[in-house]
Design a binder for this molecule. Sequence first.
Ligand code: HAM
Length: 422
Amino acid sequence: MEKIKSLKGVNDILPEEASMWSYITGIARSSFSYWGYEEIILPIIEESRLFVRGIGEQTDIVEKELYAFTDKGGRNISLRPEATASTVRAYLEHSFDQKGVPARFFYCGPMFRGEKPQSGRNRQFYQFGVEVLGADSPLHDVEVIIPAWNFLNKLGLKKTELIINSVGCAGDKENYSRLLLDYVQEYGDGLCKNCQERAKRNVLRILDCKNPACREVLRRAPRIIDNLCAECTRHFSLVQTTLEDAEVGFKVDPYLVRGLDYYTRTVFEIHHSGLGAQSAICAGGRYDNLIAELGGRSEGAAGFAFGMERTLLAVRAEDIDLPVNHPPRVYAIALGESARLRLFSISRRLRQEGVSVVMNYEDKSLKAQMRQADKQHSPYVLLLGQEELDREEIVLRDMTTAEQTSIRLETVVKDIKAKVLA
Ligand code: HAM
């Protein structure tokens, strides 16, 4: 049979990369916990209407990218394209809204969007992020932005830029949409086909267009931050002064809107300059209407999500060496059947004592096994042949210095542990 390959845009995460993923999520989990974010593990499938309602019917995600299917019970189900809507669903389903305090969640896991794959854009990708719900103060916006920023500093990334904007409240968005529509209608045919379509359905999406002709038109378009109500202006101003006070550098991009409909007031993205077209490694903002939209009372919320693949591309672009990938301490080589059984037992006892050991069970020559030991990059090799067995000894070779020591089998576990863990 022809070999089966993984789906386009759906990748295997091989061991070397997987260890970096765990390292990065470990740092995220621990640094966000200082701000009170607790892990929540959300389902990968949900009722489709959660995303249609939550993210917005006219967004690219819902219109074109949702992996939706009908299951055998006739239910409309989707693979989650993001985790914010699910977090709100869980918040309401488990009555966190009745507790009278903001709920803070951290999550990580795979998301699914049927996008055109390219570097940094996959159909199955991995996000980690936080959400704070029941949170109206502008300080909550900042308590999501600062940990995201600090996390990048912890990883050692430098070529990052934080951009923020305010898209205002629902009323502001409506007024601004009208202003923008009036403005773009003057240019009619000067806009790309996509934008002409967007103008009819969701005019704010035009601001996301990358087409140079549309960008030129938009350079002089009215700006949403010049058209905010007094309360949203005050809110955005407080976010900015608090970020300045925390010495978090940012740039205001008055045309930043996000591809999901639920955002209100503060929106932000963190870009990395080494990534090309898909440069946003993190994105988020406030969503004051989503909880009510999904059946709760009217209360605010904010959050963000990092894309793991892009975060790793950024780590690679800056040549950052993450402290991962520990080869096993010891590679065990046996020559002959009785030595193999004896060494199997010694290796098992060493592991119980906290020494990592890999062993080759095939009947190969010493030379062939030494070659394999080299490939493993283990700092030590344990060698047991018939001759050593007869002497009740085993040889420990330090692969860095090439020094060989004979160790009595009687005390082998204690002595090797002392040497290789020293
Ligand atoms: P988003 O901008 O759609 O926002 O995604 C957040 C991040 O996920 C992006 O900045 C990017 O790093 C990564 N990402 C998105 N799509 C892909 C893809 N196809 N392939 C690889 N990486 C991707 C959200 O998902 C919101 N839920 C964020 C949020 C949380 N807002 C409030 N709370």
